[in-house]
Design a protein around this ligand. Structure first.
Ligand code: RFL
Ligand code: PHB
Length: 395
């Protein structure tokens, strides 16, 4: 990034999937924007995160002209497996809903987004530190930041806060005007990436008395696995050998027999929480993606919500520039939150059903949890409800 513009229409804070896709969608509707990203490009492109793209998200990516690699290198999954102890069933997405999901790493999508930003000459200013805003309640806000020891300012019409769960945009809304909703779960996930053949052609979500496990993948030779760990666990507690044996112990015996293990090439510990901040707007500031809401990864919804938020927001902003109407902008928060809460509900439901809650001494609750799984295993209607949510509710 050589020259820093002094002015733009939409100033986007955060160059993750939400910020990058928003910039592209705006560009395609003739609206100029600038992205400020705290990290280096290399750092953003190295982060290992999501893997499941909903049916509708894939269509959006396609319509934005970004699907070349996703369509050739991603994998269409027409179902997932759910295991409970030694039992396992398939949730048949295609048969139950006529839809599917695509397995394509967020890392790859982020690369496609950055390539498209470069092709469209959309300014992405990386290593932008200390972002702060003035005049959010005016119609000409100013955003300041430091880069390489120099302070710069960009004047804009609107600010889009897309800076993720650890960003600052949320802090720009006065506390009295914001309401937050939170649920911390009393466990975390330990995730491991390895250059090994995936255990199965489809994802496996498993509930076992030892805890939750998830088998996912990136391609035919790269696997992504997760196991539930204690809330206070650290990576030191999870040498590869322990991870693999714990994973194997939580899968049905016939399935774990096909587990191929190998050295980890990346390992993470991630806490699980549900968190929503309302409203998604203050004056000229709009929030989208993880900065506005966080869901536990169990339902594979975070990236997909970031995508639906920015679709709504780009349409509202483009509408404003097209016909001067603020109707779309005024409705953005309610519109986006209605979809967000459905994903919060689904992720909470999946998390509750599949994890072992420490200290769940209450026999009544334990029975209800296993009954939830029994019902899912035995009812096509329950499976359809899960499939409908997993492939993604309509935008
Ligand atoms: P991001 O991706 O965090 O990007 C925010 C960007 O903002 C930058 N930033 C700042 N920039 C400027 N100034 C500041 N002060 C800034 N502070 C931060 C950051 O550097 C970053 O580049 O948020 P965004 O764009 O809202 O996207 C959200 C998704 O990344 C997230 O929801 C998903 O990764 C969640 N997620 C999953 N979502 C799915 O839809 N499907 C999945 O299968 C799925 N699996 C997962 C997941 C998240 C996981 N972790 C690690 C939490 C699996 C895991 C393990
Ligand atoms: C992943 O592949 O990283 C992944 C898949 C499904 C989830 C969460 C993460 O629910």
């Amino acid at each position: 990034m050589s020259e820093i513009p002094r002015q733009t229409r939409v100033l986007i804070i955060g160059g993750g999937p939400a910020g990058s896709l928003l910039a592209l969608l705006l560009h395609q509707q003739g609206v100029e924007s600038v992205i400020l990203e705290l990290r280096t490009r290399e750092h953003v492109l190295e982060r290992v995160r999501a893997g499941v793209i909903e049916h509708g998200s894939a269509e959006i990516i396609r319509a934005a002209g970004l699907a070349g690699r996703m369509d050739s290198e991603g994998f269409v999954h027409e179902g997932v497996q759910v295991a409970h102890g030694e039992k396992m069933i398939r949730i048949d997405f295609e048969g139950l809903t006529g839809k599917h999901v695509t397995i394509y790493g967020q890392t790859e999508l982020q690369r496609d987004l950055y390539d498209a930003l470069d092709t469209a000459c959309i300014p992405l200013i990386d290593e932008a530190e200390g972002v702060r805003v003035e005049g959010i309640e005016s119609d000409a806000p100013v955003v300041s930041f430091e880069r390489g020891g120099t302070t710069s300012q960009i004047q804009c019409d609107f600010i889009a806060g897309c800076d993720g769960a650890h960003g600052v945009s949320n802090d720009f809304i006065p506390p009295g005007l914001q309401r937050t909703f939170e649920r911390m779960y009393p466990f975390c996930w330990v995730g491991l990436l390895s250059e090994t053949r995936p255990i199965s052609d489809e994802l496996i979500y498993a509930r076992h008395e030892r805890g939750f496990a998830l088998c996912s993948m990136r391609n035919e030779s790269r696997s992504r696995y997760y196991v539930q760990g204690p809330a206070d666990t650290t990576l030191d507690d999870w040498p590869d050998d322990r991870f693999w044996s714990e994973l194997a112990a939580r899968l049905p015996t016939a399935t774990s027999a096909s587990l191929v293990t190998g050295p980890s090439i990346e390992k993470i510990v991630t806490p699980l929480r549900s968190w929503v901040s309302e409203p998604l707007r203050h004056g000229r500031l709009f929030l989208a993606g993880d900065t506005a809401h966080v869901v536990p990864p169990t339902g594979a919804k975070g990236l997909n919500l970031a995508i639906s938020d920015v679709v709504y927001l780009s349409e509202a902003l483009a509408g404003f520039y097209r016909n001067g109407s603020s109707t779309g902008l005024d409705g953005y928060s309610d519109h986006a939150l209605a979809r967000v809460w459905k994903a919060v509900r689904f992720s909470w439901w999946m998390t509750n059903m599949l994890h072992v809650f420490p200290g769940m001494s209450d026999d009544f609750e334990r029975r209800l949890q296993t009954t939830e799984l029994d019902y899912l295993f035995g009812s096509e209607n329950a499976q359809r409800a899960m499939a409908e949510n997993y492939v993604g509710l309509p935008l």
